[in-house]
Each structure stands twice: as structure tokens, then as C-alpha cells.
Design a protein around this ligand. Structure first.
Ligand code: NDP
Length: 254
């Protein structure tokens, strides 16, 4: 069982974190992991759902704030970061997690589905990282974590837009890591394999069984599996690691 600290304590005590797509799925697990370790967490999504109520109920001692943000909207992203930074100077951790799929074989894929996926999955990471990079560089500290996918490394039929956005995130991660390494700002990516969330809920039993067959560890991952890797990259446990892509896939795509 994860340790729940009574007051705000832990390896991220008082560090300020922003998590995009924190309302559900992997993002929710990441928000929880950061809260457990004492971070002050701001999270974004288009709709709040039951998320804030859930966090307040399960992590009563924590400092957590919801912001209604569509991460593909450049102006709203910029305004929201300004607001966060006005209230408390400095963001220590940024997790670019928000992501969507609009699957289809290339011949039937609309330009809109291509653009939407690129905007939500890739351009958003640029908007959010640009908003925090200056402050992190000035303070000579910070960790940016981009949630990519194994699909960004090996491709997937029917997901050309999604795979391209996720491969783009890997190039973005490495380039930004090179730009900021000299100022002790670290930028890494996590490539989850198959993780149990609403995104994977759409699979039928047969698809699920076929999928498990491909995973050497023989199970679909959980949001917590990804969140723990994220905690490692967000914390001082990984101070000499930058520009890396950490696969969390139970051996898939090794
Ligand atoms: P979910 O669909 O469960 O959650 C997605 C989250 O992103 C929600 O909080 C959603 O909230 C938010 N979101 C979506 N679009 C936007 C937007 N335009 N602006 C702001 N927030 C948005 O997805 P997962 O948890 O499964 O996926 C999280 C990340 O992990 C994604 O980047 C995904 O590509 C990646 N991933 C997932 C895998 C899996 O197997 N599940 C495997 C590999 C990678 P709302 O809809 O209210 O905006």
C-alpha cells in the first residue's frame, strides 16, 4: 500500500507541479503519486468530472487545484501558467500527459483528425514547456516529463496520427533536454505500453487476450505503474538523468 503522509511530507515536499490531463486515467494516478509525496499540484483538463472531489477526499492534507484548460489552446495555456506563477513563483515539475486518439487507417483519416491529435498530444507539450522553461532555467532547477507511448517508438497500424505525435514528443524531449541541461533542468519521456484506462476500455475480450499475449510480463499495466516512474523522474532520485525515454510496458517493445 502506498504511504499517505498525515501532513504534507515526502520527497516532493512543497515542490510545485503541473500535470496536464490529470482528471482521469494515468494523469489522475500521477497527481495522486505527487500529492502523496507532498507536492503542491495544479492539474488541467477540459472537464473536472469527479476529480477534485476525489483528490480532496482521498488526500485531505494535500494542496491541489483544478484548472479548466484545453491544452491545445495556446492562449488559455499561457494565461493559466501566468496565473499559477503569479500566486507562487516557480514551477518545479511539469508533466505533459494529456492525450487523445482519433484512430483510422490513413486512407480514411481526415485532416481534422490528424491536426487535432497533433495539437492535443504534441503542440500542447510545446505550449506548456515554453511557459515553464524560462522560470526553470532562471532557477536552475526543474523536471519536465512528457508522456509518449511505445507506439511512438514502434508505430501502430491505424494510429499514424497518434504515433507521429508520440514520436514527435520523443524528438521534442531530447531537443529540449539538450537546450536546458546546462542549467540543471531535466527533460525526460515515459513511454507506457498498454495501461488500463478509459483509453484502453474500448478493447473487447478477444483484443485484450491478444494484447496480453504480446506482453512479456503477461498483464496490462496500471496508472500507478506509470505514476511511480513519473515520481522517479520528477524527484531528486534522478538528478543525473535527462533526455531519456523510460518505457513502462512490462517488457513490451524492449
Ligand atoms: P484518458 O483518456 O484516460 O485521460 C486523458 C486525460 O487527458 C483526461 O484527463 C482528459 O480530460 C485529458 N485531456 C484530453 N484532451 C485534453 C485537452 N484537449 N486539454 C486538456 N486535457 C485533455 O487517457 P490515458 O490516461 O489512458 O492517457 C494519458 C496519456 O498516456 C496520454 O498522453 C496517452 O496518449 C498516454 N498513453 C496511454 C496509454 C494507455 O494504454 N492508456 C499507453 C501509452 C500512452 P478531458 O477529456 O476532460 O479534457
Amino acid at each position: 500500500m502506498p504511504v499517505e503522509h498525515a501532513a504534507r511530507e515526502g520527497i516532493l515536499k512543497d515542490r510545485v507541479a503541473v500535470v496536464t490531463g490529470g482528471s482521469r486515467g494515468i494523469g489522475r494516478a500521477i497527481v495522486e503519486e505527487l500529492l502523496r509525496e507532498g507536492a503542491v499540484v495544479h492539474y488541467f483538463s477540459r472537464s473536472e468530472g469527479d476529480s477534485l472531489e476525489y483528490f480532496r477526499e482521498n488526500h485531505p492534507a494535500s494542496d491541489v487545484t483544478y484548472h479548466q484548460v484545453d491544452v491545445s489552446d495556446e492562449a488559455v495555456v499561457a494565461e493559466t501558467f501566468e496565473k499559477i506563477l503569479e500566486a507562487r513563483p516557480g514551477i518545479d515539475i511539469l508533466v505533459n500527459n494529456a492525450g487523445i486518439t482519433r484512430d483510422g487507417l490513413i486512407m480514411r483519416m481526415s485532416s481534422e483528425d490528424w491536426r487535432t491529435v497533433m495539437d492535443v498530444n504534441l503542440a500542447s507539450a510545446f505550449y506548456c514547456s515554453r511557459a515553464v522553461a524560462r522560470h526553470m532555467i532562471k532557477r536552475r532547477a526543474g523536471s519536465i516529463i512528457n508522456i509518449t507511448s511505445v507506439v511512438g517508438k514502434i508505430g501502430n497500424a491505424g494510429q499514424a496520427n497518434y504515433a507521429a505525435s508520440k514520436a514527435g514528443l520523443i524528438g521534442f524531449t531530447k531537443s529540449l533536454a539538450r537546450e536546458t541541461a546546462g542549467r540543471s533542468v531535466r527533460v525526460n519521456a515515459i513511454a507506457p505500453g498498454f495501461i488500463e484506462t478509459e483509453m484502453t476500455d474500448k478493447l473487447n475480450e478477444q483484443q485484450r487476450a491478444q494484447l496480453i499475449e504480446q506482453i512479456p510480463m503477461g498483464r496490462i499495466g496500471s496508472g500507478e505503474d506509470v505514476a511511480r516512474a513519473c515520481l522517479f523522474l520528477a524527484s531528486d532520485m534522478s538528478t543525473y538523468i535527462t533526455g531519456e525515454v523510460l518505457t513502462v510496458g512490462g517488457g513490451l517493445a524492449m
